[in-house]
Ligand binder design. Sequence first.
Ligand SMILES: [Zn+2]
Length: 440
Amino acid sequence: MPSTPEFQQTLGKPVGFTGTALHTGEKVTLKLHPAPVDHGIKFKRKDLQDEPTIDAKIENLKTVERATTIGEGSVRVHTVEHVLAALCAMGVDNAIVEMDTNEPPIGDGSAQAYVELIRKASVVAQEEARKFFDVRDTMHVESKTGTLLVLLPDTKFRISCTQAGPNNKFTQFLSIDVTPSAFEREIAPARTFVYYEDVKPLMDKNLIKGGSLENAIVVRGEAVLSKEPLRFPDEFVRHKILDIIGDLALVGRRIRGHVVAVKPGHASNADLARLVAREQTRRSAIAVTRPIPSGDGGLDTDQVMQILPHRFPFLMVDRIISFDTETKCVGVKTVTINEPFFQGHFPGHPVMPGVMQVEAMAQVASILLFKLAKTTSRIGYFMSADEVKFRKPVLPGDTIFIHAELIKSRGERLAKAKCHCVVNDAIVSEAELMFTFLDK
Ligand SMILES: [Zn+2]
């Protein structure tokens, strides 16, 4: 089974603060509310009739000029990327972002105010595993302006970013693992920066009423203007990473992959988010449901392999010899000297590793669970193993009878199984295993 899942998280309590909206210059109050599992992040317009909500999803993306705007119907929310980056990086999966206008407070142009708010609310675990997007093959988006975003397989969410200004001035590079503590320390304080030539026409048209040197760094030629000195020598690339995190949050799943970004911007970030979302849709469509053979008899190897995704050398069940009841069954595994683990465990003294016995118990227990749920469109994740005891060594030539009994199941998502392995009528190992189930 894959490693322990992470749980979805929400906020411990509602929190809020008041500030200035960048584009309108209006006063805005933003509140973050806890939300149930699988809710995701939604924005709520408290100021409008019926208080409509907008899903923070890439299909609701409207515009990407200078900031990211999402909308549904005629309702819009502008500049969502900083609050989304903070929620995503601090590990909040489910929340309502409530506002009384069409834009969050700009704060100091960074995500620091949001991190503080989330800290104040605290982040709490929920009883449902997180949904991930695991990058399997390299994906990329490219634009005519020289922007390149590559997404590579990785066990963690990482970003390596190169930022370059006009004529390659202010070229900066940073690579970081996106964890809550790294985000809080290295990324959240980095402020928005703008080029004077870009904002001058907007200022003239009065389109950024709330903009000032208190909430943005302005670059004019060689000069870097801001009320407060630079917080990092490479503050610009850090803010670029902040925006990537915020824009990719629109995928709606946690990405396990390495983003390599060259001169990124909101448009290309959104393109990558769209590409990931499309791939996820494709994967969900092909995760077909296979029926489980029913009846009281056992399962042969073929049938076992139709249920379990495991293959050599990780398939630890040869056959299921019987189902006693719906919640109880016995599997069998013949251990031969050809098992790959005997090569290293230990040469000259081959003993089957205890963890492989636990794995065998987990596989037999998950056959029970799949049979109960009547579907294999889910993956069982191992959450804990308690009361594990290894009583006798298992040697080449032994036949292990793996007994599993479901002793508790909560909904369709959590289950506990009591298992033991028997060789020559003696218990050689036992464990209580807890699982959770995730859609593939
Ligand atoms: Zn930004």
